[in-house]
Write a protein that binds this ligand. Structure first.
Ligand code: ARG
Length: 473
């Protein structure tokens, strides 16, 4: 496209890893387009660690002398230290993190540094560093998930006896305990954590030793390298190893479900803190005002969590679309994996932390939620169940109660407001203990099987959830 008028048509002077067969310098605009250092420098520490293991592998294979190996590994360590001490260390116009590290190594020890890349390609190198980096970050996200689980338990404890209406179709359905609501999200996060652990197993396999695509011709003990880097095993096929990003797709998929859960929790709370519901008070610390309407207090923290879910789903779709139809083996398209995964890690961790802060600072208007749970015929199913226990077939009981609800509703009353005589108009089976049977407490406590919202079950479930958190430690 030279002379097309598009781009700068300036050439760059920088050193790269592959200049030998080139006679012209890369176009400046293309070089910037091609470079990944601005984002893949996040892999620096992981890539150095993997490089040290690779150097050790080369020494064991007697490809490098012990002295050469020591010079390389000591210098790599030194680079690692410099990167933690010197904030400007990772500023460079290097093509990518791999060429950056190699150039720094050669700066330190000259030609010996040029031997490190023996038997390796950036294709197996980047896959290795990426997996190492992701493994650590999966563990980190696991911790943050547990942090939110703690916040849910704390929020449950702060309102241990609170009752609120449960909804289906966003219509009042049956009363549930606030603790039950908290534990519903606890369960979602439990699955999220399990899913991340499961993904981690497939992340934690070493591709190094696959070289560019065909495997390495040096007798490197890949199992030993894997052990040194705490990988569970080594990849079995070099073509697959350098072109597999399933682990990244799976990871972002698992994170997408985390975001689905956070987004649903956000939506519940956004509704609950509206004037219409008035169940929940959010702290000023996680709300914002309006530049125009002085009365406003908006749930921005929750709205951003809900919104950022879309961003993570986008990364998932992007990764799938990038990988689809790529011929074996490595293709540069795959460089697009980094930003999707990095941003997913950042976004999910951030949302989890903010969600915990929102919960830590939230309070429930228990009188109002109890009142809401007692109005709107949330005990209608209870009356049907009551009739069933008297021997009425459920379908008949359903119809009977439906008519009783209609009667009460037309009169602006609840089922509890009906007199014994009113009830008898609908069924001969109804006894005078019916009102007691329809009380809020009885309505809750009848849901006494595993997973139900009876006070005993929920106390047990809360206890079990605490035990789960203990096990995580
Ligand atoms: N920056 C590249 C990536 O992220 C590293 C691998 C490049 N390999 C290559 N042969 N160009 O995928």
């Amino acid at each position: 496209m030279r002379g097309s008028g598009v781009g700068s048509n300036e050439m760059t002077e920088k050193q790269n890893l592959w200049g030998g067969r080139f006679t012209e310098a890369p176009d400046k605009t293309f070089a910037e387009f091609n470079d990944s250092f601005r984002f893949d420098r996040r892999l620096f520490a992981a890539d150095v660690r993997a490089s040290i293991a690779h150097a050790n592998g080369l020494v064991s294979a007697e490809v490098l002398t012990r002295d050469e190996g020591n010079a390389i590994t000591n210098s790599l360590q030194q680079l690692l230290e410099s990167s933690t001490k010197d904030s400007g260390f990772l500023e460079s116009n290097a093509e990518d993190v791999h060429s950056f590290i190699e150039s720094k190594l050669v700066e330190l020890i000259g030609d010996t540094g040029k031997k490190l890349h023996t038997g390796r390609s950036r294709n197996d190198q980047v896959a290795t560093a990426f997996r190492l980096w992701l493994r650590e970050n999966i563990d980190e996200i696991g911790h943050v998930v547990v942090g939110l689980q703690h916040a849910l338990i704390a929020a449950a404890d702060r309102h241990a006896d609170a009752v609120l209406p449960g909804y289906t179709h966003l219509q009042r359905a049956q009363p549930v305990l606030w603790v039950h609501w908290c534990l519903a999200y606890f369960e979602m996060l439990r699955r999220d954590r399990e899913r991340l652990e499961d993904v981690r197993k497939r992340v934690n396999i070493l591709p190094l030793g696959s070289a560019a695509l065909a495997g390495t011709s040096f007798p490197i003990d890949r199992e030993a390298v894997a052990r040194e880097l705490d990988f569970e095993g080594v990849t079995r096929n070099s073509l697959d190893a350098v072109s597999d990003r399933d682990f990244a797709v799976e990871f972002v998929g698992a994170c997408s479900l985390v975001m689905v859960h956070l987004s649903r929790m956000a939506e519940d709370l956004i509704l609950y803190c509206s004037t219409e519901f008035g169940f929940v008070k959010l702290s000023d610390a996680v709300s914002t005002g309006s530049s125009l309407m002085p009365q406003k207090k908006n749930p921005d923290a929750l709205e951003l969590i809900r919104g950022k879910a879309g961003r993570v789903f986008g990364h998932h779709t992007a990764l799938l679309a990038t990988m689809k139809g790529l011929p074996l083996a490595y293709n540069k398209d795959m460089q697009e994996d980094k930003e999707a995964v990095f941003d997913t890690v950042d976004t999910v961790a951030w949302c989890l932390k903010v969600a915990a802060i929102v919960l830590d600072n939230l309070s429930l208007d228990e009188a109002r939620t109890r009142e809401a749970a007692a109005r709107g015929f949330l005990n209608a199913t209870e009356l049907a169940d009551y009739l069933v226990k008297k021997g009425v077939p459920f379908r008949t009981a359903h119809d009977t109660v439906g008519r009783a609800v209609l009667f009460a509703a037309e009169d602006g009353r609840e089922l509890n407001d009906l007199s014994f005589e009113d009830f008898r108009k609908f069924s001969e089976e109804i006894g005078d203990e019916v009102l007691e049977a329809l009380s809020l407490d009885r309505t809750l406590d009848s849901k006494s099987q595993v997973g139900g919202t009876s006070r005993r079950r929920v106390a047990d479930a809360l206890h079990a959830a605490r035990a789960t958190l203990e096990e995580y430690k």
